[in-house]
Design a protein around this ligand. Structure first.
Ligand code: MN
Length: 316
């Protein structure tokens, strides 16, 4: 990825060195008018610059309302999705089932690009390269090759709309294809060789905690491909109350000159749908009040950024 490639923003996040985001799943399980309003107004009030909205079917949603709420609240948006076992592009398409699953996955990715375009979002990230599931076998050459082929086609469509695609590697229980920053960087290199210049590496500190040597090592392995971050505690609850090495992460981000978004990701069974709860294994309720958690999360991230700035200014 060219180092100058940044996710385009046009409201609060425009020109901000590290815009702060929050996942809509912290606020609400769905995207009705009331839910969209609650999530977008709450995110702006808590001090975030952008909200990450999970894919909604662009053919059956009132996207004008979402766009109007974003505009009224001065908030930017990005879009995310995770492919499922019935929409897996990390599969052997020489079988009829694999071909059908891959076709559904490719269509979902294209839907996500269209959704992003419709609401003025410049980024589609998440588990875009495989199903988010516990595979019962290692990744296969055929599955990996198909994932590369599909993503290169989707990236070409996204590029025409000025949209960047993110690959969020996840832990071994949620994919067999990309579990580390080094694997993801290599994968992005192969996409670049196929002409895709708009693919970013997306780090989630929750997954880093389970798979990498350290938070800092993940940032350094990602290098200039790093374009998006999920800040998520090791237990998925409130930031700063778990065992993640936040000073190590933020020092590495300052050292490498990271200028992309940092999005707070925390989920509670008190908020998310039963399907999302089951997808990510959210069995314990660590908090009940999204407004309080969002405000504290934004404060925590701003403190960490300020501390890493001070560290930089005393060592450089
Ligand atoms: Mn994540």
């Amino acid at each position: 990825m060219p180092a100058s490639t940044r996710i385009p923003f046009h409201r609060a996040a425009a020109g901000t060195v590290n815009p702060l985001g929050v996942h809509a799943g912290l606020w609400t399980a769905g995207w009705s008018h009331d839910e969209a309003r609650f999530a977008i107004e709450g995110s702006a009030a808590a001090g975030f610059d952008l909200i990450e909205i999970p894919l909604i079917d662009p053919r059956s949603s009132d996207l004008l309302l979402t766009e109007a709420l974003l505009e009224a609240n001065g908030l930017d948006a990005v879009v995310s999705l995770a492919l499922g076992v019935d929409s897996d592009i990390n599969t052997d398409v020489s079988t009829p089932q694999g071909a059908a699953s891959s076709a559904r996955g490719e269509q979902l990715l294209l839907d996500a690009v269209e959704f992003a375009r419709s609401i003025g979002a410049g980024y589609v990230g998440g588990v875009t390269f495989s199903a988010m599931t516990r595979y019962g076998h290692p990744a296969t050459e055929a599955g990996r090759a198909n994932s590369l082929a599909v993503l290169s086609r989707v990236a070409a469509v996204a590029a025409e709309a000025g949209i960047l695609i993110g690959l969020e590697y996840v832990n071994r229980y949620e994919s067999n294809l990309l579990n580390t920053a080094a694997q993801t960087r290599e994968f992005i290199g192969e996409l670049e060789a196929r002409g895709a210049q708009n693919v970013l590496l997306h780090i989630d500190t929750f997954h880093v905690n389970g798979e990498e040597l350290s938070q800092a090592a993940a940032v350094h392995d990602a290098g200039s491909a790093l374009g998006y971050i999920h800040a998520s505690e090791n237990h998925r609850g409130q930031l700063g109350t778990g065992s993640n090495d936040w000073p190590g992460l933020f020092s590495a981000l300052a050292d490498t000159g990271y200028i992309g978004p940092i999005t707070f990701e925390s989920f509670s069974p008190a908020v998310v749908s039963a399907a999302s709860r089951d997808d990510i294994g959210l069995w314990r309720t660590l908090w009940h009040d999204p407004t309080a958690v969002a405000a504290a999360g934004a404060r925590f991230l701003r403190r960490q950024l300020a501390a890493s700035d001070r560290l930089l200014s005393t060592t450089h």
